[in-house]
Design a protein around this ligand. Structure first.
Ligand code: GDP
Ligand code: MG
Length: 592
């Protein structure tokens, strides 16, 4: 164990984490440049395209006779629990900061997560090769904002291969070896999992005590489920079998497990015959924060969607789903996600890899309704909010703590934005003469809306933010109902703060007017609180002037239009009502 080091790289997105990881692998000879490319090809298509790390990986390499385990962490706020579990598997972390950008929101958020785990932190300033690099400014920020010693900073360029040897030496010299008792009962923390068609669900673990090998009967602490180990090993970076994994080591365990939901991130694996007294602390089941309805689009069936979801869920323990029926959309599922990025990933993969077309309703947070009779109900779908408001004591919504780091010239407009979004200011601090850190408490629903786009456009891309869930708070909320030709469309209803109801209702009906294609009859689009209409628009019928415009001159155009009308008729017959395109369901999110 003296010769093992377990570490992560933590950084704000784009500061060079993946590049540095590649460089470390290359330097230690774990992979050649050619293999690196092939290695990349193995990772998920979407992950590669988006340039973000979704799945954690743990790679073993060797340097000067030491075994180094690099545990990767996902770079998005949706996966912050996974980050904390990955850090719990380490004794140290490399904190990477871009020499041209300085400290950003995720730098600070990840730094605190590492401090919570008592990790030794090695500060590294990356991209010193760039002309705009200002390492001395960043060194000062590291001293003043994070309270680290500026003399410990390593200057590096992952791209040019500068500082790599120094980083590897610092890992060996500064990070302590793992502690643990190889003779004690097995205690292994799961920090990641994935589904492998050959091995079944595979758990990535850090072994704290004891050892595990093929044939070991293992037991999961949270569920008591038991499995027999078929294979253990580590990524070097290829999946490589070992005889065993012992205290201090990082690697994978396969045990013919059919479903990744049996090996939850944060859970502890122990020996079924000789179990440990207690698990590694900190386990909590995945908690979906955002829910949306997923329905088969035209040409796909409910059964096809169900099969796709079931297959997909084997891969993703964080997703939650249950069947639901919408009067407007028919049979589908209410699906829970960790956040908006997670939702986008699931949608894309269902369509691309599992071949099912989707209509997705606007995502919504989970509201909590306290009834006068003392019961509490969690609302995953705005349409579940009871009509009878007399029974309701209060409605609560999830709040997050948002940290924003921005150049000082954008502070004013960002503060306005936060106020508009019902934010309560909690902090204002100059990080250096040009950079301000703001802290707000804000409803998560306001972040879902368009916070990301707004903050990026207000700051020309220079501000960054991060947030964490802090709890539920009572707010004055109402449900906006949407009616199309006087019929309520449940799938378009949403919950909103009373003060914003009028504005949102107006924006929504205008957006719907733009997205719903004109029909042969007039379409009335209305929004109301309960049955009280507060905004209304009319989509004029198509027929009235559709041929009139052609002046009888252009025959083919006239024909086409008439054909279109016929087609329209067919569809109307089929559905008996207005056809709503996917865009319409997301217009709830499109506000100005
Ligand atoms: P990650 O999001 O932290 O994983 O960042 P990446 O490793 O994907 O790097 C983001 C971008 O910065 C890529 O275009 C890299 O090529 C570039 N990059 C990373 N390290 C360096 C560096 O040391 N110098 C320069 N000039 N560019 C770098
Ligand atoms: Mg990356």
């Amino acid at each position: 164990m003296e010769r093992i080091r377990n570490f992560s790289i933590i950084a704000h997105v784009d500061h060079g984490k993946s590049t540095l990881a590649d460089r470390l692998l290359e330097y230690t000879g774990a992979v050649s440049r050619r293999e690196l490319k092939e290695q990349m090809l193995d990772t998920l298509e979407i992950e590669r395209e988006r340039g973000i790390t979704i799945k954690l990986q743990a790679v073993r390499m060797e340097h000067k006779g030491y075994l180094l385990h690099l545990i990767d962490t996902p770079g998005h706020v949706d996966f912050s629990y996974e980050v904390s579990r990955a850090l719990a598997a380490c004794e140290g972390a490399i904190l990477l900061v871009d020499a041209t950008q300085g400290i950003e929101a995720q730098t600070v958020a990840n730094f605190w997560k590492a401090v919570e785990q008592d990790l030794v932190i090695i500060p590294v300033i990356n991209k010193i090769d760039l002309p705009a690099a200002d390492p001395e400014r960043v060194r000062k920020q590291i001293e003043e904002i994070l309270g680290l010693d500026g003399d410990d900073v390593i200057l590096a360029s992952a791209k040019e291969g500068i500082g790599i040897e120094e980083i590897l030496n610092a890992i060996i010299e500064r990070i302590p070896p793992p502690k643990g008792d190889p003779k004690a009962p097995l205690k292994a923390l799961i920090f990641d999992s994935y589904y492998d068609p050959y091995r079944g669900a595979v758990a990535f673990v850090r072994v704290f005590d004891g050892e595990v090998k093929p044939g070991t009967k293992i037991k999961l602490f949270s569920t008591g489920k038991e499995f027999e180990v078929t294979e253990v090993g580590a990524q070097t970076p290829k999946m490589t079998k070992f005889e065993k994994l012992s205290a201090g080591e990082v690697g994978y365990i396969a045990a013919s497990i059919k479903d990744v939901r049996d090996i939850r991130v944060g859970d502890t694996i122990t020996d079924a015959k000789r179990p440990a007294d207690s698990p590694v602390p900190g386990f909590r089941p995945a908690k979906p924060m955002v829910f949306a309805g997923l329905y088969p689009s035209e040409g796909y069936t409910f059964e096809e969607l169900r099969d796709a979801l079931e297959k997909y869920a084997i891969n993703d323990a964080a997703i939650y789903y249950e069947p639901e029926t919408s009067p407007a959309l028919g049979m589908g599922f209410r699906v829970g996600f960790l956040g908006l990025l997670h939702m986008e990933i699931v949608q894309e993969r269902l369509e691309r890899e599992y071949g099912v077309g989707l209509i997705t309703t606007a995502p919504s947070v989970v509201y909590r309704v306290r009834f006068k009779n003392g019961t509490v109900k969690e609302i995953k779908n705005p349409s579940e909010l009871p009509e009878n408001w007399g029974l309701i004591e209060a409605i609560e919504e999830p709040f997050v703590n948002v940290t924003i780091i921005t150049p000082k010239e954008y502070v004013g407009s960002i503060m306005n934005l936060c106020q508009e979004k019902r934010g309560i200011q909690k902090g204002f601090k100059y990080l250096d003469p040009n950079t301000v850190m703001l802290e707000y408490e804000m409803p998560l629903s306001e972040i879902l809306l368009d916070f990301h786009d707004k903050i990026k456009s207000l700051s020309r891309g220079y501000a960054s933010y991060d947030y964490e869930f802090i709890g539920y708070k009572e707010e004055d909320l109402v449900r906006l109902n949407v009616f199309i030709n006087n019929e309520p469309v449940d799938a378009l209803s949403f919950i909103v703060h009373r003060d914003k109801a009028y504005r949102r209702a107006r924006q929504l009906v205008e957006k719907l007017k733009d997205t719903i294609p004109r029909q042969l009859f007039e379409v009335k689009v209305q929004a109301g609180i309960g049955n009280k209409i507060i905004a209304s628009e009319r989509i004029p019928p198509l027929r009235a002037n559709v041929t009139a415009k052609c002046y009888g001159g252009d025959v083919t155009r006239k024909k086409k239009l008439l054909e279109k009308q016929k087609e329209g008729k067919k569809r109307l017959k089929q559905f008996g009502k207005v056809e709503l395109p996917q865009e319409a369901f997301l217009s709830v999110l499109k506000v100005d």
